[in-house]
Design a protein around this ligand. Structure first.
Ligand SMILES: *Cc1c(COP(=O)(O)O)cnc(C)c1O
Length: 340
């Protein structure tokens, strides 16, 4: 199977399995797990933050960040297709009791001027705006990179207005590798950053939240409250550390494979895609005259898995399980599936 549904389908490599099997562990709720402690220190240092907290999932990491920065009734500003708003089961309302105010972006990207346009003066009629969330790279934006200058301009508005700024960095490493911007530089404008180990890095489980010591102490409290306190979690942290140290730079291969796929698809009649817009490992293409579900079903029978993300839109995500040679076969297979 050429599995392009997501970069979460990645399985632990032989080296990663070895690191997991040999990991020293302890009870992390008591702070005793040396591998979790090592991962948290490594992530905090890499992102230039005081501290980090290991978490079971990216969703929990984002939702704990919301809870850390807000009280019920507060308002959070997000891009209209942000993962936190779109794909996290209504958690902002259910777990933090916050209101979401949306800004329509361009493939996930909005500007400091867009942010200013939705801010309101202090007045008891209005909810209190506390937090702005950005996403880099942007999932529903097709893996679009949030340019550093745009982030810095938004951070400036946040500082002026006393707003916190959180990054959903599930694919933060993809943005760093694709741009060459150092992790700590890309993370600096944010009060908190969430990162995932279970996507392109190939670890089986895990995410982390990074920020100030004070915020991370609060995050640890909410992690327990949300049911995310884990015991011998060093087994999972070992996979995450291995992915960070040995499988981060290779994300460039995923990006190159995505470009090859996009260029192949752009040659097929009936497919709409702009290869220049494929900046990282997500490839979204449109087929105005075909039902996406039907094409996905036919591809599945031929051994290629992708996701329909709209009635005429399909997503393919390159990842460490898929080679260049496999990617090169895919456009022909799609062409055949469209004609079948
Ligand atoms: C996958 C993803 C998450 C959450 O990840 P889970 O670990 O599956 O909960 C959060 N944000 C973005 C942008 C994602 O793509």
């Amino acid at each position: 199977m050429i599995d392009l549904r997501s970069d979460t389908v990645t399985q632990p490599t032989a080296g990663m399995r070895e690191a997991i099997a040999g990991a020293a562990v302890g009870d992390d709720v008591f702070g005793d797990d040396p591998t979790v402690n090592a991962l948290e220190a490594y992530v905090a240092d890499l992102l230039g933050k005081e501290a980090a907290v290991f978490m079971p999932s990216g969703t929990m990491t984002n939702q704990i960040a919301l809870r850390v920065h807000t009280e019920p009734g507060d308002e959070v500003i997000l891009e209209s297709e942000a993962h936190i708003y779109y794909y996290e089961g209504g958690a902002p309302a259910a777990l933090s009791g916050v209101m979401c105010r949306l800004i329509k972006g361009d493939r996930g990207i909005f500007t400091a001027a867009d942010l200013r346009s939705v801010l309101r003066p202090e007045d008891s009629h209005f909810p209190r705006t506390k937090l702005v969330c950005l996403e880099n790279t942007h999932n529903r934006g097709g893996g679009k990179i949030f340019p550093l200058a745009g982030i810095e301009a938004i951070a400036q508005v946040c500082r002026e207005q006393g707003l916190m700024l959180h990054l959903d960095g599930a694919r933060f490493w993809n943005a760093c590798v694709a741009t060459g911007v150092a992790d700590a530089v890309y993370a600096k404008p944010f009060d908190t950053v969430s990162v995932c180990f279970s996507k392109g890095l190939g670890a089986p489980i895990g995410s982390a939240l990074a920020g100030s010591k004070e915020m991370m102490a609060r995050a640890r409290r909410f992690r327990k409250m949300f049911g995310g306190g884990m015991r011998q979690a060093g087994l999972m942290a070992a996979g995450a550390l291995y992915g960070l140290k040995h499988q981060r730079d290779r994300l460039a291969e995923d990006h190159a494979n995505a470009k090859v796929l996009a260029e192949g698809l752009s040659q097929i009649e009936g497919i709409e895609i702009t290869p220049e817009q494929v900046e990282t490992n997500l490839v979204v293409f449109h087929m105005p005259t075909m039902a996406a579900q039907i094409v996905v079903g036919r591809l599945q029978e031929k051994g290629v898995a992708m996701l329909a993300v709209g009635s005429h839109s399909i997503r393919a995500v390159t990842n460490l399980m898929v080679t260049r040679a496999q990617v090169e076969q895919v456009p022909e297979m799609i062409k055949a599936a469209m004609q079948a």
